[in-house]
Design a protein around this ligand. Structure first.
Ligand code: PEP
Ligand code: MG
Length: 575
Protein backbone atom coordinates (compact mmCIF):
# COMPACT_ATOMS: atom_id res chain seq x y z
CA UNK A 1 0.00 0.00 0.00
CA UNK A 2 1.29 3.46 -0.87
CA UNK A 3 -0.26 6.90 -0.26
CA UNK A 4 0.26 9.87 -2.57
CA UNK A 5 -0.78 13.39 -1.62
CA UNK A 6 -2.55 15.83 -3.94
CA UNK A 7 -4.98 18.75 -3.72
CA UNK A 8 -8.60 17.85 -2.88
CA UNK A 9 -10.71 19.16 -5.76
CA UNK A 10 -14.12 17.54 -5.41
CA UNK A 11 -15.58 15.78 -2.34
CA UNK A 12 -16.21 12.05 -2.16
CA UNK A 13 -14.38 8.73 -2.41
CA UNK A 14 -13.78 6.49 -5.42
CA UNK A 15 -12.63 2.89 -5.15
CA UNK A 16 -11.70 0.91 -8.26
CA UNK A 17 -9.12 0.19 -10.94
CA UNK A 18 -6.88 2.92 -12.33
CA UNK A 19 -7.20 3.90 -15.97
CA UNK A 20 -4.14 5.71 -17.26
CA UNK A 21 -5.40 8.23 -19.74
CA UNK A 22 -2.78 8.91 -22.39
CA UNK A 23 -3.11 10.73 -25.63
CA UNK A 24 -1.23 9.28 -28.55
CA UNK A 25 2.03 11.21 -28.79
CA UNK A 26 1.84 13.48 -31.84
CA UNK A 27 5.09 13.14 -33.72
CA UNK A 28 5.87 16.38 -35.51
CA UNK A 29 8.29 16.15 -38.35
CA UNK A 30 9.95 19.50 -38.98
CA UNK A 31 10.99 20.15 -42.60
CA UNK A 32 11.22 22.94 -45.13
CA UNK A 33 8.66 23.32 -47.91
CA UNK A 34 8.84 24.82 -51.40
CA UNK A 35 5.19 25.69 -51.72
CA UNK A 36 4.27 27.89 -48.73
CA UNK A 37 0.90 28.73 -50.33
CA UNK A 38 -0.06 25.06 -50.14
CA UNK A 39 0.95 24.94 -46.46
CA UNK A 40 -1.22 27.97 -45.71
CA UNK A 41 -4.16 26.26 -47.46
CA UNK A 42 -3.61 23.21 -45.25
CA UNK A 43 -3.67 25.53 -42.22
CA UNK A 44 -6.96 27.07 -43.35
CA UNK A 45 -8.46 23.60 -43.89
CA UNK A 46 -7.31 22.44 -40.44
CA UNK A 47 -8.95 25.52 -38.91
CA UNK A 48 -12.26 24.69 -40.64
CA UNK A 49 -12.27 20.99 -39.67
CA UNK A 50 -11.34 21.90 -36.09
CA UNK A 51 -14.16 24.44 -36.03
CA UNK A 52 -16.68 21.73 -37.01
CA UNK A 53 -15.32 19.35 -34.38
CA UNK A 54 -15.51 22.02 -31.71
CA UNK A 55 -19.11 22.79 -32.64
CA UNK A 56 -19.92 19.13 -32.01
CA UNK A 57 -18.05 19.10 -28.68
CA UNK A 58 -19.80 22.34 -27.69
CA UNK A 59 -23.23 20.82 -28.39
CA UNK A 60 -22.36 17.69 -26.40
CA UNK A 61 -21.07 19.79 -23.49
CA UNK A 62 -24.18 21.98 -23.61
CA UNK A 63 -26.52 18.99 -23.43
CA UNK A 64 -24.59 17.13 -20.75
CA UNK A 65 -23.12 19.90 -18.59
CA UNK A 66 -25.03 23.10 -19.32
CA UNK A 67 -24.13 26.47 -20.77
CA UNK A 68 -21.48 27.40 -18.22
CA UNK A 69 -19.31 24.35 -18.84
CA UNK A 70 -19.85 24.50 -22.60
CA UNK A 71 -18.63 28.10 -22.85
CA UNK A 72 -15.03 26.98 -22.88
CA UNK A 73 -15.46 25.48 -26.35
CA UNK A 74 -16.76 28.76 -27.66
CA UNK A 75 -13.62 30.37 -26.27
CA UNK A 76 -11.55 27.69 -28.01
CA UNK A 77 -13.33 28.35 -31.28
CA UNK A 78 -12.39 32.00 -30.90
CA UNK A 79 -8.75 30.96 -30.59
CA UNK A 80 -9.04 29.49 -34.09
CA UNK A 81 -9.80 33.01 -35.28
CA UNK A 82 -7.23 34.76 -33.10
CA UNK A 83 -5.23 36.91 -35.53
CA UNK A 84 -2.21 37.02 -33.23
CA UNK A 85 -1.97 33.27 -32.75
CA UNK A 86 -2.73 32.26 -36.33
CA UNK A 87 -0.73 35.21 -37.69
CA UNK A 88 2.34 33.92 -35.85
CA UNK A 89 1.91 30.47 -37.45
CA UNK A 90 1.55 32.00 -40.93
CA UNK A 91 4.58 34.24 -40.43
CA UNK A 92 6.73 31.28 -39.44
CA UNK A 93 5.61 29.27 -42.47
CA UNK A 94 6.33 32.22 -44.79
CA UNK A 95 9.55 33.42 -43.21
CA UNK A 96 11.19 30.08 -42.47
CA UNK A 97 9.46 27.99 -45.17
CA UNK A 98 8.66 25.32 -42.57
CA UNK A 99 5.78 22.88 -42.76
CA UNK A 100 2.60 24.04 -41.02
CA UNK A 101 2.67 21.28 -38.34
CA UNK A 102 6.01 22.47 -37.09
CA UNK A 103 5.05 26.17 -37.18
CA UNK A 104 1.81 25.46 -35.36
CA UNK A 105 3.43 23.32 -32.71
CA UNK A 106 6.16 25.95 -32.04
CA UNK A 107 3.69 28.82 -31.85
CA UNK A 108 1.29 27.02 -29.53
CA UNK A 109 4.17 26.02 -27.23
CA UNK A 110 5.47 29.61 -27.15
CA UNK A 111 2.12 31.08 -26.21
CA UNK A 112 1.26 28.37 -23.69
CA UNK A 113 4.74 28.59 -22.15
CA UNK A 114 4.40 32.35 -21.75
CA UNK A 115 1.06 32.00 -19.98
CA UNK A 116 2.38 29.27 -17.69
CA UNK A 117 5.41 31.33 -16.73
CA UNK A 118 3.05 33.82 -15.11
CA UNK A 119 2.31 31.18 -12.45
CA UNK A 120 -1.30 32.20 -12.30
CA UNK A 121 -3.84 29.43 -11.94
CA UNK A 122 -6.34 31.13 -14.22
CA UNK A 123 -3.82 31.82 -16.97
CA UNK A 124 -2.33 28.32 -16.69
CA UNK A 125 -5.78 26.99 -17.45
CA UNK A 126 -5.81 29.18 -20.59
CA UNK A 127 -2.44 27.65 -21.55
CA UNK A 128 -4.16 24.28 -21.45
CA UNK A 129 -6.88 25.60 -23.76
CA UNK A 130 -4.34 26.85 -26.30
CA UNK A 131 -2.60 23.47 -26.22
CA UNK A 132 -5.95 21.73 -26.56
CA UNK A 133 -6.79 23.73 -29.68
CA UNK A 134 -3.27 23.25 -31.05
CA UNK A 135 -3.38 19.47 -30.54
CA UNK A 136 -6.78 19.31 -32.18
CA UNK A 137 -5.45 21.07 -35.28
CA UNK A 138 -2.34 18.90 -35.31
CA UNK A 139 -4.45 15.73 -35.11
CA UNK A 140 -6.46 17.02 -38.06
CA UNK A 141 -3.28 17.78 -40.03
CA UNK A 142 -1.71 14.42 -39.17
CA UNK A 143 -4.91 12.38 -39.59
CA UNK A 144 -4.93 11.10 -35.97
CA UNK A 145 -8.32 10.09 -34.48
CA UNK A 146 -10.01 12.55 -32.13
CA UNK A 147 -10.96 10.40 -29.15
CA UNK A 148 -8.45 8.65 -26.88
CA UNK A 149 -11.15 6.94 -24.82
CA UNK A 150 -11.00 3.53 -26.43
CA UNK A 151 -9.81 1.06 -23.86
CA UNK A 152 -12.03 2.41 -21.11
CA UNK A 153 -14.44 -0.50 -20.84
CA UNK A 154 -15.16 -0.77 -17.10
CA UNK A 155 -15.87 1.75 -14.31
CA UNK A 156 -12.46 3.20 -13.46
CA UNK A 157 -10.63 6.06 -11.79
CA UNK A 158 -9.09 8.23 -14.48
CA UNK A 159 -5.44 9.24 -14.02
CA UNK A 160 -3.88 11.77 -16.36
CA UNK A 161 -1.13 14.34 -16.49
CA UNK A 162 -3.79 16.94 -17.12
CA UNK A 163 -7.15 16.56 -18.79
CA UNK A 164 -8.01 19.05 -21.47
CA UNK A 165 -11.56 20.36 -21.66
CA UNK A 166 -12.18 18.30 -24.82
CA UNK A 167 -10.81 15.15 -23.19
CA UNK A 168 -13.19 15.50 -20.31
CA UNK A 169 -16.22 16.09 -22.51
CA UNK A 170 -15.44 13.16 -24.80
CA UNK A 171 -14.89 10.69 -21.95
CA UNK A 172 -17.67 8.16 -21.53
CA UNK A 173 -18.90 9.23 -18.07
CA UNK A 174 -20.70 5.95 -17.38
CA UNK A 175 -17.24 4.46 -16.81
CA UNK A 176 -15.76 7.25 -14.68
CA UNK A 177 -15.62 6.83 -10.89
CA UNK A 178 -13.33 9.79 -10.22
CA UNK A 179 -10.44 11.84 -11.57
CA UNK A 180 -6.83 12.33 -10.56
CA UNK A 181 -4.35 14.57 -12.38
CA UNK A 182 -0.68 15.06 -11.68
CA UNK A 183 -0.86 18.75 -12.63
CA UNK A 184 -3.48 21.42 -12.09
CA UNK A 185 -5.08 23.27 -9.21
CA UNK A 186 -8.47 23.39 -7.54
CA UNK A 187 -9.85 25.61 -10.31
CA UNK A 188 -8.57 23.50 -13.22
CA UNK A 189 -11.08 22.23 -15.78
CA UNK A 190 -10.83 18.73 -14.35
CA UNK A 191 -11.75 20.01 -10.90
CA UNK A 192 -14.65 22.10 -12.20
CA UNK A 193 -16.00 19.27 -14.31
CA UNK A 194 -15.66 16.73 -11.48
CA UNK A 195 -17.66 19.03 -9.21
CA UNK A 196 -20.33 19.55 -11.83
CA UNK A 197 -20.62 15.78 -12.22
CA UNK A 198 -20.51 15.24 -8.45
CA UNK A 199 -17.50 12.92 -8.81
CA UNK A 200 -14.54 12.84 -6.43
CA UNK A 201 -11.32 14.36 -7.72
CA UNK A 202 -7.74 14.98 -6.67
CA UNK A 203 -5.51 17.31 -8.69
CA UNK A 204 -1.87 18.35 -8.57
CA UNK A 205 -0.85 14.92 -7.24
CA UNK A 206 2.62 15.10 -8.80
CA UNK A 207 4.58 12.95 -11.20
CA UNK A 208 4.39 9.82 -9.03
CA UNK A 209 0.83 9.11 -10.10
CA UNK A 210 2.11 8.61 -13.64
CA UNK A 211 3.84 5.45 -12.45
CA UNK A 212 0.59 3.74 -11.46
CA UNK A 213 -0.14 0.85 -13.82
CA UNK A 214 -3.42 0.41 -15.66
CA UNK A 215 -5.83 -1.74 -13.65
CA UNK A 216 -4.08 -1.23 -10.28
CA UNK A 217 -6.54 -1.05 -7.41
CA UNK A 218 -6.73 2.49 -5.94
CA UNK A 219 -8.74 4.62 -3.53
CA UNK A 220 -9.24 8.27 -4.36
CA UNK A 221 -10.05 10.47 -1.37
CA UNK A 222 -11.49 13.74 -2.67
CA UNK A 223 -11.87 15.17 0.84
CA UNK A 224 -8.24 14.98 1.91
CA UNK A 225 -6.56 14.79 -1.52
CA UNK A 226 -5.05 11.35 -0.88
CA UNK A 227 -4.53 8.63 -3.48
CA UNK A 228 -4.05 5.21 -1.89
CA UNK A 229 -2.44 2.72 -4.27
CA UNK A 230 -3.01 -1.03 -3.67
CA UNK A 231 -4.88 -0.48 -0.38
CA UNK A 232 -4.72 -3.22 2.26
CA UNK A 233 -7.90 -4.96 3.40
CA UNK A 234 -8.43 -2.81 6.49
CA UNK A 235 -8.10 0.45 4.53
CA UNK A 236 -10.40 -0.83 1.84
CA UNK A 237 -13.01 -1.82 4.42
CA UNK A 238 -12.69 1.59 6.12
CA UNK A 239 -13.22 3.42 2.83
CA UNK A 240 -16.18 1.29 1.82
CA UNK A 241 -17.90 2.44 5.02
CA UNK A 242 -16.83 6.06 4.42
CA UNK A 243 -18.15 5.89 0.87
CA UNK A 244 -21.53 4.69 2.07
CA UNK A 245 -21.60 7.40 4.72
CA UNK A 246 -20.62 10.07 2.17
CA UNK A 247 -23.49 9.17 -0.14
CA UNK A 248 -25.87 9.85 2.74
CA UNK A 249 -24.14 13.15 3.62
CA UNK A 250 -24.22 14.25 -0.01
CA UNK A 251 -27.95 13.76 -0.33
CA UNK A 252 -28.53 15.48 3.03
CA UNK A 253 -26.39 18.43 1.87
CA UNK A 254 -28.36 18.72 -1.36
CA UNK A 255 -31.59 18.86 0.66
CA UNK A 256 -30.44 21.80 2.82
CA UNK A 257 -28.64 23.77 0.09
CA UNK A 258 -31.46 26.30 -0.18
CA UNK A 259 -32.19 26.50 3.54
CA UNK A 260 -30.73 29.21 5.79
CA UNK A 261 -27.47 28.51 7.63
CA UNK A 262 -28.71 28.49 11.24
CA UNK A 263 -26.93 26.67 14.06
CA UNK A 264 -28.83 24.31 16.34
CA UNK A 265 -28.98 27.10 18.94
CA UNK A 266 -30.45 29.62 16.52
CA UNK A 267 -27.47 31.69 15.30
CA UNK A 268 -27.72 32.58 11.61
CA UNK A 269 -24.83 33.40 9.28
CA UNK A 270 -24.74 34.17 5.56
CA UNK A 271 -23.35 31.62 3.10
CA UNK A 272 -22.46 33.23 -0.20
CA UNK A 273 -20.40 32.45 -3.29
CA UNK A 274 -17.07 33.46 -4.76
CA UNK A 275 -17.50 33.96 -8.49
CA UNK A 276 -15.19 35.11 -11.25
CA UNK A 277 -17.49 35.77 -14.19
CA UNK A 278 -21.05 36.27 -15.38
CA UNK A 279 -21.10 32.51 -16.07
CA UNK A 280 -20.63 31.74 -12.38
CA UNK A 281 -24.02 33.21 -11.46
CA UNK A 282 -26.15 30.18 -12.28
CA UNK A 283 -24.03 27.62 -10.47
CA UNK A 284 -23.90 29.91 -7.44
CA UNK A 285 -27.70 30.20 -7.38
CA UNK A 286 -28.16 26.47 -7.99
CA UNK A 287 -25.80 25.66 -5.12
CA UNK A 288 -27.87 27.68 -2.67
CA UNK A 289 -25.74 30.86 -2.48
CA UNK A 290 -27.42 33.70 -0.61
CA UNK A 291 -25.51 36.24 -2.66
CA UNK A 292 -21.92 36.83 -3.76
CA UNK A 293 -19.25 37.55 -1.17
CA UNK A 294 -16.48 38.00 -3.72
CA UNK A 295 -16.88 38.89 -7.37
CA UNK A 296 -13.33 38.89 -8.72
CA UNK A 297 -13.48 41.59 -11.40
CA UNK A 298 -10.22 40.47 -13.07
CA UNK A 299 -12.24 38.31 -15.49
CA UNK A 300 -13.13 41.41 -17.48
CA UNK A 301 -9.51 42.42 -17.89
CA UNK A 302 -7.91 39.10 -18.82
CA UNK A 303 -7.68 37.47 -22.25
CA UNK A 304 -7.90 40.66 -24.24
CA UNK A 305 -5.67 43.34 -25.66
CA UNK A 306 -7.12 46.52 -24.20
CA UNK A 307 -8.96 47.80 -21.14
CA UNK A 308 -12.69 47.03 -20.89
CA UNK A 309 -14.75 50.19 -21.31
CA UNK A 310 -16.89 51.64 -18.54
CA UNK A 311 -19.97 50.55 -20.49
CA UNK A 312 -18.83 46.96 -20.82
CA UNK A 313 -18.01 46.79 -17.12
CA UNK A 314 -21.32 48.38 -16.21
CA UNK A 315 -23.26 45.78 -18.22
CA UNK A 316 -21.42 42.81 -16.68
CA UNK A 317 -21.68 44.06 -13.09
CA UNK A 318 -25.33 44.96 -13.56
CA UNK A 319 -26.20 41.56 -15.05
CA UNK A 320 -24.65 39.84 -12.08
CA UNK A 321 -26.04 42.15 -9.38
CA UNK A 322 -29.54 42.08 -10.90
CA UNK A 323 -29.47 38.26 -11.10
CA UNK A 324 -29.25 38.20 -7.29
CA UNK A 325 -32.06 40.74 -6.79
CA UNK A 326 -32.11 41.83 -3.16
CA UNK A 327 -29.29 39.47 -2.23
CA UNK A 328 -25.88 41.11 -1.70
CA UNK A 329 -23.18 41.03 -4.38
CA UNK A 330 -19.73 42.23 -3.31
CA UNK A 331 -17.76 43.53 -6.27
CA UNK A 332 -14.02 43.60 -5.68
CA UNK A 333 -12.12 46.19 -7.68
CA UNK A 334 -9.24 45.18 -9.88
CA UNK A 335 -6.59 43.06 -8.16
CA UNK A 336 -3.65 42.74 -10.55
CA UNK A 337 0.05 42.66 -9.93
CA UNK A 338 1.46 39.94 -7.70
CA UNK A 339 0.96 36.76 -9.72
CA UNK A 340 -1.59 38.35 -12.07
CA UNK A 341 -0.15 40.33 -14.91
CA UNK A 342 -2.13 42.04 -17.66
CA UNK A 343 0.10 42.54 -20.68
CA UNK A 344 -1.62 45.69 -21.99
CA UNK A 345 -1.32 47.52 -18.64
CA UNK A 346 2.17 48.85 -18.49
CA UNK A 347 3.42 47.63 -15.13
CA UNK A 348 7.05 48.02 -14.12
CA UNK A 349 9.10 44.85 -13.73
CA UNK A 350 9.38 44.18 -10.02
CA UNK A 351 11.83 42.02 -8.12
CA UNK A 352 9.17 41.02 -5.62
CA UNK A 353 5.74 41.62 -7.18
CA UNK A 354 3.74 40.24 -4.25
CA UNK A 355 5.21 43.09 -2.21
CA UNK A 356 4.97 45.60 -5.03
CA UNK A 357 2.48 47.79 -6.84
CA UNK A 358 -0.46 45.40 -6.64
CA UNK A 359 -4.26 45.89 -6.54
CA UNK A 360 -5.36 49.13 -4.82
CA UNK A 361 -1.80 50.46 -4.95
CA UNK A 362 -1.81 50.20 -8.74
CA UNK A 363 -5.36 51.57 -9.08
CA UNK A 364 -4.66 54.60 -6.90
CA UNK A 365 -1.72 55.61 -9.03
CA UNK A 366 -3.78 55.29 -12.23
CA UNK A 367 -7.10 57.10 -12.00
CA UNK A 368 -7.61 56.64 -15.75
CA UNK A 369 -7.70 52.89 -15.06
CA UNK A 370 -9.59 53.04 -11.77
CA UNK A 371 -12.26 55.65 -12.38
CA UNK A 372 -14.10 53.80 -15.19
CA UNK A 373 -14.42 50.81 -12.86
CA UNK A 374 -15.70 52.91 -9.98
CA UNK A 375 -18.15 54.72 -12.26
CA UNK A 376 -19.35 51.40 -13.71
CA UNK A 377 -19.90 50.01 -10.21
CA UNK A 378 -21.83 53.06 -9.00
CA UNK A 379 -24.09 52.88 -12.05
CA UNK A 380 -24.50 49.08 -11.86
CA UNK A 381 -25.55 49.33 -8.21
CA UNK A 382 -28.74 51.18 -9.08
CA UNK A 383 -31.80 49.15 -7.99
CA UNK A 384 -29.98 46.16 -6.46
CA UNK A 385 -27.73 45.26 -3.54
CA UNK A 386 -24.26 45.75 -5.03
CA UNK A 387 -21.45 46.51 -2.58
CA UNK A 388 -17.94 47.62 -3.41
CA UNK A 389 -14.74 46.23 -1.91
CA UNK A 390 -11.07 47.18 -2.26
CA UNK A 391 -8.27 44.61 -2.24
CA UNK A 392 -4.81 44.72 -0.61
CA UNK A 393 -5.44 47.70 1.61
CA UNK A 394 -2.54 48.31 4.00
CA UNK A 395 -3.11 51.83 5.36
CA UNK A 396 -6.09 53.96 6.36
CA UNK A 397 -4.84 56.64 4.00
CA UNK A 398 -5.48 54.33 1.03
CA UNK A 399 -9.15 54.09 2.04
CA UNK A 400 -9.40 57.85 2.43
CA UNK A 401 -7.92 58.42 -1.04
CA UNK A 402 -10.12 55.75 -2.60
CA UNK A 403 -13.23 57.23 -1.04
CA UNK A 404 -12.28 60.66 -2.37
CA UNK A 405 -11.99 59.21 -5.88
CA UNK A 406 -15.33 57.48 -5.45
CA UNK A 407 -16.96 60.74 -4.33
CA UNK A 408 -15.49 62.42 -7.40
CA UNK A 409 -17.03 59.73 -9.66
CA UNK A 410 -20.37 60.05 -7.89
CA UNK A 411 -20.41 63.83 -8.38
CA UNK A 412 -19.56 63.44 -12.07
CA UNK A 413 -22.30 60.86 -12.60
CA UNK A 414 -24.89 62.95 -10.79
CA UNK A 415 -23.94 65.96 -12.92
CA UNK A 416 -24.38 63.78 -16.02
CA UNK A 417 -27.83 62.76 -14.78
CA UNK A 418 -26.97 59.06 -14.64
CA UNK A 419 -28.86 56.56 -12.48
CA UNK A 420 -26.56 55.63 -9.61
CA UNK A 421 -26.76 53.51 -6.44
CA UNK A 422 -28.58 55.48 -3.74
CA UNK A 423 -26.26 54.23 -1.06
CA UNK A 424 -23.61 51.61 -1.52
CA UNK A 425 -21.80 49.75 1.26
CA UNK A 426 -18.04 50.13 0.97
CA UNK A 427 -15.68 47.51 2.36
CA UNK A 428 -12.09 46.37 2.26
CA UNK A 429 -10.36 43.06 2.13
CA UNK A 430 -8.26 42.30 5.15
CA UNK A 431 -5.38 40.39 3.64
CA UNK A 432 -2.31 42.26 4.87
CA UNK A 433 -1.36 41.78 8.53
CA UNK A 434 -1.08 45.57 8.98
CA UNK A 435 -4.78 45.90 8.12
CA UNK A 436 -5.70 43.16 10.58
CA UNK A 437 -3.71 44.81 13.35
CA UNK A 438 -5.28 48.21 12.62
CA UNK A 439 -8.79 46.80 12.11
CA UNK A 440 -10.24 49.08 14.81
CA UNK A 441 -9.18 52.16 12.85
CA UNK A 442 -10.35 50.73 9.51
CA UNK A 443 -13.73 49.94 11.06
CA UNK A 444 -14.22 53.70 11.44
CA UNK A 445 -13.92 54.36 7.71
CA UNK A 446 -15.64 51.37 6.03
CA UNK A 447 -18.94 49.48 6.29
CA UNK A 448 -17.58 45.93 6.28
CA UNK A 449 -14.51 43.71 6.07
CA UNK A 450 -13.89 40.54 4.09
CA UNK A 451 -10.89 38.56 5.25
CA UNK A 452 -8.77 37.21 2.40
CA UNK A 453 -7.02 34.33 4.08
CA UNK A 454 -5.21 33.25 0.90
CA UNK A 455 -3.12 36.39 1.06
CA UNK A 456 -3.37 37.04 4.79
CA UNK A 457 -1.74 33.64 5.36
CA UNK A 458 1.06 34.18 2.87
CA UNK A 459 1.91 37.59 4.29
CA UNK A 460 1.57 36.51 7.93
CA UNK A 461 3.69 33.38 7.51
CA UNK A 462 6.03 34.94 4.92
CA UNK A 463 5.28 31.94 2.68
CA UNK A 464 4.63 32.54 -1.04
CA UNK A 465 1.22 31.08 -1.94
CA UNK A 466 2.47 30.07 -5.41
CA UNK A 467 5.54 28.22 -4.13
CA UNK A 468 4.79 24.49 -3.72
CA UNK A 469 7.71 24.04 -1.31
CA UNK A 470 6.07 26.27 1.30
CA UNK A 471 2.45 25.45 0.41
CA UNK A 472 1.76 23.78 3.75
CA UNK A 473 2.93 26.85 5.67
CA UNK A 474 0.96 29.19 3.41
CA UNK A 475 -2.22 27.08 3.62
CA UNK A 476 -3.52 29.28 6.42
CA UNK A 477 -4.63 26.78 9.01
CA UNK A 478 -2.28 28.36 11.52
CA UNK A 479 -2.91 29.60 15.04
CA UNK A 480 -1.33 32.94 14.05
CA UNK A 481 -3.88 33.43 11.26
CA UNK A 482 -6.82 32.47 13.48
CA UNK A 483 -5.63 34.94 16.13
CA UNK A 484 -5.56 37.73 13.54
CA UNK A 485 -9.04 36.74 12.34
CA UNK A 486 -10.33 37.00 15.92
CA UNK A 487 -8.77 40.44 16.29
CA UNK A 488 -10.42 41.63 13.06
CA UNK A 489 -13.88 40.29 13.95
CA UNK A 490 -13.77 41.73 17.48
CA UNK A 491 -12.63 45.15 16.23
CA UNK A 492 -15.37 45.29 13.58
CA UNK A 493 -18.14 44.13 15.91
CA UNK A 494 -17.12 46.70 18.51
CA UNK A 495 -17.96 49.35 15.88
CA UNK A 496 -21.11 47.60 14.67
CA UNK A 497 -19.60 46.47 11.34
CA UNK A 498 -19.99 43.02 9.77
CA UNK A 499 -17.18 40.67 8.73
CA UNK A 500 -17.00 38.09 5.94
CA UNK A 501 -14.24 35.74 4.86
CA UNK A 502 -13.66 34.95 1.20
CA UNK A 503 -10.37 33.02 1.18
CA UNK A 504 -10.45 29.28 0.46
CA UNK A 505 -10.69 28.69 4.20
CA UNK A 506 -14.35 29.76 4.33
CA UNK A 507 -15.38 26.57 2.52
CA UNK A 508 -13.11 24.22 4.46
CA UNK A 509 -15.25 22.11 6.74
CA UNK A 510 -12.52 21.91 9.39
CA UNK A 511 -12.29 25.70 9.57
CA UNK A 512 -16.02 26.45 9.69
CA UNK A 513 -16.64 25.63 13.39
CA UNK A 514 -13.69 27.83 14.41
CA UNK A 515 -14.78 30.75 12.21
CA UNK A 516 -18.34 30.40 13.46
CA UNK A 517 -17.10 30.40 17.05
CA UNK A 518 -14.99 33.51 16.41
CA UNK A 519 -18.16 35.32 15.32
CA UNK A 520 -17.75 35.47 11.51
CA UNK A 521 -20.93 36.85 9.90
CA UNK A 522 -20.50 35.83 6.28
CA UNK A 523 -18.82 32.79 4.68
CA UNK A 524 -17.96 33.18 0.99
CA UNK A 525 -16.80 30.11 -0.92
CA UNK A 526 -16.69 28.11 -4.16
CA UNK A 527 -20.31 27.32 -5.02
CA UNK A 528 -19.96 23.49 -4.83
CA UNK A 529 -18.89 23.78 -1.17
CA UNK A 530 -22.06 25.65 -0.17
CA UNK A 531 -24.44 22.71 0.48
CA UNK A 532 -21.84 20.98 2.69
CA UNK A 533 -21.09 24.19 4.61
CA UNK A 534 -24.79 24.74 5.25
CA UNK A 535 -25.31 21.15 6.36
CA UNK A 536 -22.44 21.49 8.84
CA UNK A 537 -23.55 24.85 10.23
CA UNK A 538 -27.10 23.56 10.65
CA UNK A 539 -25.89 20.55 12.63
CA UNK A 540 -23.63 22.26 15.20
CA UNK A 541 -24.19 24.85 17.92
CA UNK A 542 -22.65 28.29 18.30
CA UNK A 543 -21.93 27.42 21.92
CA UNK A 544 -19.82 24.39 20.96
CA UNK A 545 -18.14 26.34 18.13
CA UNK A 546 -17.09 29.04 20.58
CA UNK A 547 -15.48 26.45 22.83
CA UNK A 548 -13.62 24.88 19.90
CA UNK A 549 -12.48 28.30 18.63
CA UNK A 550 -11.12 29.27 22.05
CA UNK A 551 -9.11 26.05 22.20
CA UNK A 552 -7.92 26.39 18.59
CA UNK A 553 -6.32 29.76 19.33
CA UNK A 554 -4.15 28.12 21.96
CA UNK A 555 -2.83 25.26 19.80
CA UNK A 556 0.76 25.38 18.67
CA UNK A 557 0.37 24.05 15.11
CA UNK A 558 -2.01 23.62 12.21
CA UNK A 559 -2.02 19.84 12.70
CA UNK A 560 -3.04 20.26 16.32
CA UNK A 561 -5.94 22.52 15.26
CA UNK A 562 -7.12 20.02 12.64
CA UNK A 563 -6.98 17.16 15.16
CA UNK A 564 -8.86 19.25 17.71
CA UNK A 565 -11.72 20.07 15.31
CA UNK A 566 -11.91 16.51 14.04
CA UNK A 567 -12.19 15.19 17.58
CA UNK A 568 -14.56 17.85 18.99
CA UNK A 569 -16.82 18.26 15.95
CA UNK A 570 -17.33 14.83 14.31
CA UNK A 571 -19.85 16.44 11.92
CA UNK A 572 -16.92 17.81 9.86
CA UNK A 573 -16.17 14.30 8.61
CA UNK A 574 -17.94 13.52 5.36
CA UNK A 575 -17.31 9.80 5.51
C1 PEP B 1 -7.58 36.06 -0.69
O1 PEP B 1 -6.46 36.58 -0.78
O2 PEP B 1 -7.92 35.31 0.25
C2 PEP B 1 -8.59 36.29 -1.75
C3 PEP B 1 -9.82 35.83 -1.64
O3 PEP B 1 -8.18 36.98 -2.85
P1 PEP B 1 -7.37 36.33 -4.08
O4 PEP B 1 -7.31 34.85 -3.82
O5 PEP B 1 -8.12 36.71 -5.30
O6 PEP B 1 -6.05 37.00 -3.93
MG1 MG C 1 -6.13 38.21 -2.15
Amino acid sequence: MKTLEGIPASYGYAIGPAFMYERAELVIDCHTVDDTEKELCRLAEAVEVSRKQLEHVYQKALEEHGEENAEIFKAQTMMLDDPELMGAVKRQVEAEKTNVESALSDTVENYAGMLEALEDEYLSARALDIRDVGSRMLRVLLGVAESPTEGLKAPSIIFAKDLTPSDTILLDKTFVLGFCTSKGGATSHTAILARSLGLPAVVGAGKKVRKIKNGTSVILDGDSGKVIVKPDEATLAEYLIRQEQFIKVKSKAAKVAHEPAITTDGHQVEVVANIGSVDGVQSALDSGAEGVGLLRSEFLYLERNSLPSEEEQYKSYKTIADAFGKMPVVLRTLDVGGDKDIPYIDMPEEFNPFLGVRAIRLCLTRPQLFKPQLRAALRAGYGNNLKLMFPMVATVDEVVRTRALLDECMAELRAEGADVAESMEIGIMIEIPAAAVMADQFAEVVDFFSIGTNDLSQYTLAADRTNASVAAIAAGFQPAVFRLIKQVIDAAHAKGKWVGLCGEMAGELLAIPILLGLGLDEFSMNPPAIPYAKLLIRSISLEKSRQVAAKALNQTSSDAIRALVQEQVPEVNLG
